[in-house]
Design a protein around this ligand. Structure first.
Ligand code: G6P
Length: 608
């Protein structure tokens, strides 16, 4: 959510700032801008909308300098206009900010009383004005920054440069991530994540919460939250540019859907033994036998992965599971069991609500696990046991491959708990591991439904409301399917437990409402088929997703049928996810929406 790049060099930086922003555009794309220092002046270029607009503007304005900061914005305070675009600046200082300054109104009113003028509706501008105020009454820029930070409440990652000192770039973080890249030729970089710095620097230092870094061309000095000098390790990060090209696909989302067989294989390789007959699960910091309850907390698609896991873990490992939306969990302040265990799922590892929920769980003395895709992310570093997924960088805002890899870890976790608790025999475990290991092939097969999904999507794209229904783990997939569709096609969609249809949602059903049915032939199939008949009887346009057996068993009307490969009950969620992803994708393509960067959304949500 909002991206930051900063460069301190001896060569012009404007083009590399913009290139860095392009890699960060998935974090927000409401507006973008850069500021550089040149001829003893801060020069700025900003534009509304995507970075191509900024590129075009820069081609005319041609500003450049050897020090600069840049930002791509996901609007929180103030419309996505040029005036509200970052960097924000005064004559003396320019800043880029990711996060929210919660007390900005009080600070702003106070500064206005002191004679300062504001030019945007943002919370961020107050930081530039405060720095300007404190610069005058401080003996150093560092002192002015410390005084400013003391006043700020909320979350931030910041990049700062002062006109009076073009040899220093300042970066700091509280609640939002920030990394420093060590260049090889007397250059230093700031980036809100490793992707921003890909191709610029291979040696990265991640700031800890509360850190302030002072960058010169050949050195960094870090101060911790108590203003004491601190040393943070640096690590190599060598992800190349090829990781972020969508070729030969039209969209990152489609590429990422097609990557699922590979990334599922890679993730399973870590959690299954080499012969794929047993698990290879990391050592846990708790005894699975003594857990009374497991709490799973996440947001968005990651939350739905958690919901699938609730069914798995309760059924196989017989541990009761609470699944919570992070933004609700943290403020509800639920009592947590003594010696309890809490699991956090996050593709980015930076989602503010999930991070805060984790903090709460730690304060409740829980052992914490995290299922995370981004190495070195804040959550990966905070949990007691990080369980990594190997989806590779996910660029499409709508999460697809990350979800499938989260399911891999959750499936292995459920089996591991069950085995440790003596609830699955080694033979049964071997069977489950074999089923998981055959998923990449089954996923390849189910991708063969793309052409049929594209056809069905033409009808779906004309709808105003679409219902998704399922039972058991397929209820979670119905919810995920509905979320995917609304995120990228802007069609209203609702996922519901099929049994709940008659308690309300069926009132929506008429001949204009497609009802997408996630229907593996399992123990709940008959019940689900009856619910589908109820919808079909009201002229709902049924899209029936099932295996061969299920298709034969369903005799009702259907607008379309999608026949997926046979699965076990346990592996069904992996396979049924793909058609709902493809339906959402092609519906959005038919509608002509911006699939990879849908309106109003951002990939990494680092504000509450
Ligand atoms: C945003 C993204 C979703 C994602 C959710 C949780 O809303 O658009 O795709 O599922 O954040 O993100 P996380 O990184 O914590 O999994």
């Amino acid at each position: 959510m909002c991206g930051i790049v900063g460069i301190l060099s001896h060569e012009p930086v404007a083009q590399r700032l913009v290139d860095g922003l392009k890699r960060l555009e998935y974090r927000g794309y409401d507006s973008a801008g850069i500021a550089v220092i040149n001829d003893n002046k801060i020069r700025r270029c900003r534009s509304q909308g995507k970075i191509v607009n900024l590129d075009a503007r820069l081609a005319q304005e041609k500003i450049d300098g050897v020090i600069g900061i840049a930002h791509t914005r996901w609007a929180t305070h103030g419309m996505p206009t040029e005036e509200n675009a970052h960097p924000h600046m005064t004559e003396e200082v320019a800043i880029v900010h990711n996060g929210i300054i919660e007390n900005y109104k009080v600070l702003r009113d106070d500064l206005i009383e002191k004679g300062f003028s504001f030019y945007s509706q943002t919370d961020s501008e107050v930081i530039a004005q405060l720095l300007t105020f404190f610069e005058k009454e401080s003996t150093s820029h560092l002192e002015a920054i410390f005084k400013t930070l003391d006043k700020l409440e909320g979350a931030y990652a910041l990049g700062i440069m002062f006109k009076a000192d073009p040899t220093r770039l300042y970066g700091m973080r509280k609640g939002s991530p920030l990394a420093i890249g060590h260049g090889e030729k007397g250059e230093m970089f700031l980036g809100s994540d490793a992707l921003a710095l890909a191709g610029l620097a291979e040696n990265l230092t991640y700031l800890e919460d509360g850190d302030l870094a002072v960058l010169t061309r050949d050195n960094i000095e870090i101060f911790d939250k108590d203003h004491k000098k601190a040393i943070r390790p640096s690590q190599r990060y060598t992800a190349g540019f090829e990781a972020i090209s969508k070729a030969p696909y039209d969209h990152f989302m489609l590429k990422e859907i097609y990557e699922q067989p590979d990334v599922v294989r890679q993730t399973l390789n870590t959690y299954l033994s080499a012969d794929k007959k047993s698990l290879s699960f990391p050592k846990l910091t708790f005894d699975p036998d003594s857990i009374s309850k497991l709490t799973i907390v996440a947001c968005g698609t990651s939350y739905y992965a958690g919901l699938v896991a609730k069914y798995w873990i309760e059924q196989i490992a017989r541990i009761s599971v609470d699944v919570d939306i992070a933004s609700e969990f943290r403020y509800r302040q639920p009592p947590m069991p003594k010696e309890g265990v809490a699991l956090f799922i996050s593709q980015s590892g930076e989602t503010a609500d999930t991070m805060a929920a984790h903090e709460y769980a730690v304060s409740e003395r829980q052992q914490t696990l995290g299922i995370i895709n981004v190495p070195n992310s804040s959550l990966a570093r905070a949990v007691h046991t990080p369980l990594m997924t190997y989806a590779g960088p996910e660029i499409g805002v709508a999460s697809t491959k990350a979800f499938s890899t989260q399911l891999c870890v959750l499936a292995a976790f459920a089996l591991h708990l069950a085995h440790e608790r003596g609830l699955v025999s080694s033979e049964k475990l071997e069977q489950h591991c074999h089923d998981l290991a055959s998923l990449p092939n089954a996923l390849e097969q189910v991708l063969g439904l793309a052409a049929s999904c594209k056809d069905i999507a033409e009808d779906l794209s004309k709808a105003q409301d679409i219902l998704y229904i399922g039972r058991g783990t397929s209820y979670a997939i119905a919810l995920e399917g509905a979320l995917k569709l609304k995120e990228i096609s802007y069609i209203h969609a609702e996922g519901c437990a099929a049994g709940e249809l008659k308690h309300g949602p069926i009132a929506l059903v008429d001949e204009n409402v497609p009802v997408i049915v996630v229907a593996p032939s399992d123990a709940l199939f008959e019940k689900l088929a009856s619910n589908v008949q109820e919808a079909a009887a009201r002229k709902g346009q049924v899209v029936f997703i099932s295996d061969k057996k299920g298709q034969q068993a369903y005799h009702g009307d259907a607008l379309a049928r999608l026949t997926v490969p046979d699965t076990t009950v346990f592996t069904a969620p992996f396979i049924y996810t793909v058609p709902v992803q493809l339906l959402a994708y092609y519906t959005a393509v038919h509608k002509g929406t911006d699939v990879d960067q849908p309106r109003n959304l951002a990939k990494s949500v680092t504000v509450e």
